[in-house]
Design a protein around this ligand. Structure first.
Ligand SMILES: [Zn+2]
Length: 641
């Protein structure tokens, strides 16, 4: 073999046949056995797959890395007439198998050019009757599942979601989902698996889910569960574009797949559930979670190639470690901040170019940045801004955002009033408060910080703090835009001035002072309520930092205990409060890091609130929690009706 190989000219093609025997596994990776019960409790066995990151090699020999994209032809021999096999592409033919007896052979369409980790095969006797064809994208969408579930209508909501989202993304990204398949043969199967290592998996044309994330009757479910199903469908179907059509080159930049899917989970609701407003949920579930995780020296950069304390991403365990809050939640939050700075229209056009230029290949941060820069150069700003650098050296997009993606952590900003200016300074925020230079960063833990502000006419103007500036002056006649802060991946330590401004707006509108308002109005997007809502979000953001306990003390004055109990109607607020208070005065709180006087003060001020919150949250049924969440059960009921 060695001799023969050495005579093959470089670039010549050869066919290699490999004989391989492998068992159907029991460990939920590669091709594995699973089962489900029918209406009479009989167990039906079946086989499913989970390939990411390194499972395909367990099913067949292959170059099992994302960069080795290939076309796949598959034939599957199955037993028993009631069993069928589904794959990434449509069945081309089903007929008697040369194995004889009860065996059938299914041949599938050749796949698109794709990575191995998104291959999928399911062999089952699942019902296949919940199906529809989208006229917009010419795609056949099927929800497969146990007959007992689908007969009850548990696949109908999933079908509706998948149809709306595939149509929506096809048009938003300017690339029709069906174009990846043979003409007229596009399909998207959604399948639940009882045994599953992930929550859901974006296999091209055959998305797999935990049962509770697909089989659902919304009017019988808690709102939070319905919301999870919708955002997970958005996430996995977004991957058909970012992840499948274009793919990370190596796992040290898995954010190239996951950050965009994180955004996609919410973006998809534009088409699937346009009446919902899930901005609140993004802030609590993505942004705050990322900030809480990224405030330590053991975090990592999104582009995990440098400034990472020498960490390696080589073996399967190291690779699986990359599927963390940095890739998903921080990635989503940073991309969201980029969208805010560029303007959504310009970002969308940039994404269309990025996808079209790189389809069926692999990309990384460099390539993404290049396309965003050319979008900035080519398209009108819309509701976005120009970036603060010129074209000398690295591109303006690169210089603006490299600090956010090529090093870990984020800044805390401090604003001080100085005559006609606010002097704003930045330094890295760490939960521990010290070792702020560790591990070493070539970018020295400085960031180019967008600082949107409101002028007297309520127009937003953009100020920037460049990464080489320690302090920047913002004219005092500009107000910090409270709405903008929720887009920013940083925290503001001293928000006294902001609070005063919001209070001024509030008083000017002849409303009661914030401290006296017992609850936040549901219709918070109109007029003054908009600012009030932003203020609430700002406060929650700052509350997440236990070491800044003085903010919490202030909070106790702003919300009396009784108003907390009666008035704050929103689950994200309770959720965050319980987290923060537990972190400070809960059983594992950082008692030792406070002086005795401070500790006594904290205990006195916070313990009653902590007890109340924990009791309230702990005793709340899921239904009650859901009733307090952002959407309101009413909207679901309305929609279903
Ligand atoms: Zn994902």
């Amino acid at each position: 073999m060695q001799n023969e190989l050495s005579t093959w000219p470089i670039g010549s093609f050869h066919e290699i046949k490999v004989k391989f025997n492998g068992a159907v596994r029991k460990d939920n990776s590669g091709l594995y056995e699973t089962s489900y019960p029918d209406a009479d409790g009989n167990v039906h066995f079946m086989a499913g797959t989970q390939m990411e990151c390194c499972g395909a090699r367990k099913m067949f020999p292959c170059f099992d890395e994302p960069e080795y994209k290939a076309y796949f032809d598959l034939k599957v021999h199955t037993k028993y007439p009631e069993y069928h096999a589904i794959f990434n592409t449509e069945q081309e033919s089903v007929g008697p198998s040369p194995l004889g007896g009860d065996y059938y052979v299914t041949k599938f369409d050749r796949t698109m050019k794709m990575s191995t980790y998104i291959l999928a095969l399911v062999i089952s006797d699942y019902d296949r009757s919940v199906v529809a064809r989208s006229p917009e994208t010419d795609t056949s969408v099927t929800i497969l599942g146990p007959k007992v579930r689908l007969d009850k209508g548990e696949g109908d909501y999933a079908l509706e979601l998948a149809m709306d989202i595939i149509d929506g993304f096809s048009s938003f990204y300017g690339y029709n989902y069906a174009d990846a398949f043979l003409p007229g043969r596009a399909k998207s199967d959604q399948v639940g698996l009882s045994d599953f290592l992930a929550g859901a998996m974006e296999n091209w044309g055959l998305v797999t889910y935990q049962n509770f994330l697909i089989y659902i009757i919304p009017e019988e479910q808690f709102e939070y569960n319905v919301m999870s199903v919708a955002t997970v469908f958005g996430h996995e179907l977004q991957h058909q574009w970012t992840g499948n059509l274009i793919t990370c080159t190596w796992w040290d930049e898995i954010w190239i797949n996951e950050a965009f899917a994180d955004i996609g989970g919410y973006l998809a609701l534009k088409w699937a559930e346009p009446s919902w407003n899930l901005e609140n949920e993004f802030i609590v579930n993505e942004l705050f979670r990322a900030l809480r995780f990224d405030d330590r020296t053991g975090s990592r950069p999104l582009i995990n190639k440098q400034n990472n304390n020498g960490a390696k991403v080589e073996n399967p365990a190291q690779i699986m470690g990359q599927f963390d809050l940095i890739a998903y939640q921080k990635g989503g939050s940073i991309v969201r901040m980029m969208i805010y700075c560029m303007g959504e229209d310009r970002w969308q056009l940039g994404m269309q170019d990025y996808l079209d230029a790189n389809k069926y290949t692999n990309t990384d941060g460099e390539i993404y940045f290049k396309h965003m820069q050319s979008a900035l150069d080519s398209y009108p700003a819309g509701d976005g801004w120009d970036l603060p650098y010129d074209h000398s050296g690295a591109s303006p997009f690169n210089k603006t955002f490299d600090g956010w993606v090529r090093q870990m952590g984020y800044p805390v900003l401090r604003a001080q009033a100085d005559q006609n200016l606010f002097l704003v300074s930045q330094s890295r925020y760490l939960q521990s408060g010290d070792n702020i230079d560790e591990p070493a960063s070539s970018l020295e833990y400085k960031w180019t910080v967008p600082l949107p502000a409101l002028n007297m006419d309520n127009e937003v103007v953009m100020n920037w703090m460049l990464s080489n500036e320690t302090t920047v002056g913002v004219p005092k006649n500009l107000w910090f835009d409270p709405e903008a802060k929720i887009f920013a991946y940083y925290i503001i330590e001293d928000y006294q001035e902001l609070k005063k401004q919001v209070n001024d707006i509030f008083l000017r509108e002849e409303k009661a002072a914030i401290g006296l308002i017992p609850f936040f109005p549901k219709d918070f997007h109109n007029g003054v309520a908009k600012y009030l809502h932003s203020y609430w979000k700002t406060m929650v953001a700052d509350m997440t930092y236990a070491s800044q306990y003085f903010h919490i003390l202030e909070l106790t004055r702003i919300f009396s205990i009784s108003s907390l109990a009666d008035g704050v109607q929103r689950w994200p607020m309770w959720n965050t409060l319980s987290y923060v208070l537990n972190r400070i005065v809960g059983p594992n709180g950082p008692r030792g890091s406070f002086g005795q006087t401070t500790w006594v003060l904290l205990q006195r001020e916070l313990s009653p609130m902590y007890s109340l919150v924990m009791l309230t949250v702990g005793r709340m049924t899921l239904k009650e929690q859901c009733e307090m969440s952002s959407i309101g059960l009413v909207s679901i009921t309305k929609k279903v009706a």
